[in-house]
Design a protein around this ligand. Structure first.
Ligand code: GYE
Length: 332
């Protein structure tokens, strides 16, 4: 996908790391995470603060089509979105989680169009297949803001996108892998995210690019759908096929799949982080705990706190303010 007019929104690295960790930390995190998210939002070129809630003073009707609840990252993201699109902030939010089913997500967006919401926000499960319903939204004059995942449809069909640089996350993970393991023969298996999703596509591409020319050999790669269960099942299959001795390294496209892999590796009598090394992406609470325990060797952060930025974009778009097509939030 070609994103034009790329603007990189730089959030101070330390602040970003702190907010991601607090955000993923669970129940006590909401006040600190929203404060941190506000910091992030105020660093953006355009924010909600200046735009009126709506010209009539009525709440802004927003339909948010979330992927589902596949991961710890997603829980933190949903919390951030619900906080930002609150009644107190001038919104009337209809939330839909599609349980990782692309057809159900398209149906949810279509129902938002029928309900004549003021704006649609979505985190597209997969990148392809959106042209039709995005055209329907455009015909109905309902702006669409994408968050966290991108689509392959032309960027004239949506107002803006806010998210992370998934390719760069893959490159960061792959560069570390190459430095650590690239000089010796290393047999690697990959736990892919949801097939056809932007983060799975781009993380794979970035990682492969970074390890090119090293002695890391990808012996197998399968989707675990970004879930802990999926990661566990796929890893069990790999262990059966290659044996624990036949696998040196796991690259998991997110922490949840790495956590599932840890369970499978331990059940097979091997030591995760030692017999089989693990690299993942997200830095959710449980992932960081596994990193601290030495069961995961390296994690690349992926910031889930996109709510304030997404809400600011919606207000700007509805107020007719110019917005960037793509806003990249910096990972740590
Ligand atoms: O990394 C993964 C989640 O779209 C960036 O989706 C997000 C990814 C995240 O399920 O854990």
């Amino acid at each position: 996908m070609v994103l034009i007019n790329r603007t990189k929104m730089i959030v101070a690295g330390v602040a970003t790391m702190a907010l991601a960790l607090t955000a993923c930390g669970g129940s006590t995190s909401s006040s600190s995470s929203s404060a941190a998210a506000s910091t992030a939002a105020s660093a953006a070129a355009s924010t909600a603060a200046s735009a009126p809630a709506s010209t009539s003073g009525a709440p802004i009707k927003v339909g948010f089509a979330q992927t589902g609840s596949e991961s710890g990252w997603r829980s933190a993201n949903t919390e951030s979105m619900k906080e930002a699109f609150s009644a107190a902030n001038g919104f009337d939010l209809t939330f839909n989680a599609a349980d990782n089913d692309p057809a159900a997500q398209i149906a949810a967006v279509r129902s938002f169009i029928n309900q004549k919401v003021d704006a649609i926000v979505m985190s597209p499960i997969v990148a392809d297949g959106w042209d039709g319903v995005l055209k329907e939204a455009a015909d109905a004059n309902i702006p669409v803001v994408l968050e966290a995942r991108t689509v392959s449809a032309p960027d004239t069909l949506f107002a803006s996108w806010v998210g992370l640089d998934f390719k760069k996350e893959g490159v960061t993970a792959g560069t570390w892998a190459k430095e650590q393991y690239g000089d010796t023969d290393t047999k690697m298996v990959v736990l892919e995210g949801t097939t056809g999703s932007a983060p799975a596509n781009d993380r794979a591409a970035g990682f492969d690019e970074a390890i090119a020319g090293s002695k890391i050999q990808k012996i197998d790669s399968q989707t675990g759908d970004f879930t802990r269960d999926g990661g566990k099942k796929v890893m069990e299959g790999f262990l059966q096929k290659y044996g624990a001795d036949g696998i040196d390294l796991v690259f998991a496209h997110n922490d949840d799949m790495a956590l599932g892999a840890i369970e499978a590796i331990e059940a097979a009598g091997a030591v995760p982080g030692k017999d089989i090394n693990i690299i993942s992406i997200d830095a959710v609470h449980d992932g960081m705990a596994a990193l601290a325990a030495g069961k995961i060797n390296y994690i690349v952060e992926c910031n889930p706190l996109l709510g304030e930025l997404a809400a600011g974009l919606v207000k700007d778009v509805l107020a007719g303010n110019p917005v960037e097509k793509a806003i990249f939030v910096e990972d740590g």
